[in-house]
Design a protein around this ligand. Sequence first.
Ligand SMILES: [Cu+2]
Length: 377
Amino acid sequence: MSDRRLSRRALLGAAATVPAAAGLHSLVSGGGLGGERAFAESAGGMAGHPAHDRFAHAGFAPGRTVDHRANGFDPTELLRDFDYGRTRRLASGRLLREWTIVAQDREIEVAPGVKYEAWTYNGRVPGPTLRAREGEKLRIRFVNSSEHPHTMHFHGIHPALMDGMPGIGERQGAGQIEPGKSFSYEFDAEPFGLHLYHCHVAPLATHIARGLYGAFIVDPKRGRPEADEMVMVMNGFDTNFDLSNEVYAVNTVGFHYVDEPIRVKRDELLRVYLVNVLEYDPVNSFHVHANFFQYYPTGTSLTPSEYTDTVIQGQAQRGILEMKFPFDGDYMFHAHVSEFAELGWSGFFRVGDPSLLASAAAGAAYCKLPWGSGSPV
Ligand SMILES: [Cu+2]
């Protein structure tokens, strides 16, 4: 077994004896990159030792949450935060939509006490959800304030010079953008659908895994039906830099939507823009409990291709989910790659007035669910 597997197995081994969130938190906490130390100890010393002995005094404070203010973003707010940029009408009559995106190195907290040296677009992970309408002209001014070279590579249809590829267009100021430099990407918003953008500098996995990615939505000219819309970027964090993830999440913070279930209304159309940017694992997935959704792969058709409760996505795959909840209550959603779910990629939709919910404690109950004695389910 390689060292990189040991870390993950150690993590899961510990999670098997303590509540999920507490297990994760206690294992990877330790302050900043001190997480490396925690992993090294756990990887080397698991055999023959009950995991709870090793981690009972790991310093996790139950109920502690991530400091969203220090992070500069809150996953609950990220869900419905669409960045439409600034617009103006060109002489041709077309609409020009513009953004400024700044690459910045920034430490973020991805689980309580677990700090990660992220590379970000506009200080957040994922970067802003850029949203435009089919046929508009787009201009994204990219400023590299990081200590490393980066680019913005958009999925969509555009000329090679606008592709954010190192080695293509350096003489024109494009290609790899060095620290302190900037470049404006210009292209048309096409095709309509759900896309993404990310850095394309080598080593590519590192530049993406550090946090340089975001969702890019091109709305169809005729629009989509009115809905409560939200973005979920499935990601993960290699907190000890062993090329394997220790924390999995939607919108960065592990178990965030267990701690703060996503409030939705009963019988209202819910539209989830789901993007997978996960590095180091070949597939990710989304499963919702007690419900089904219409699935629009890449969002490039207005006709759904599948009615299901689980979807699998490889890296950079994305799709739009539409569903309604007919009953009040708390409904879990999670990766059906169970290992990811246990390492943070889990959450709840909270349907209806929470004061009326008999299941208001479902989030807390989940954390005891698979492994504790007296499991509530
Ligand atoms: Cu980069």
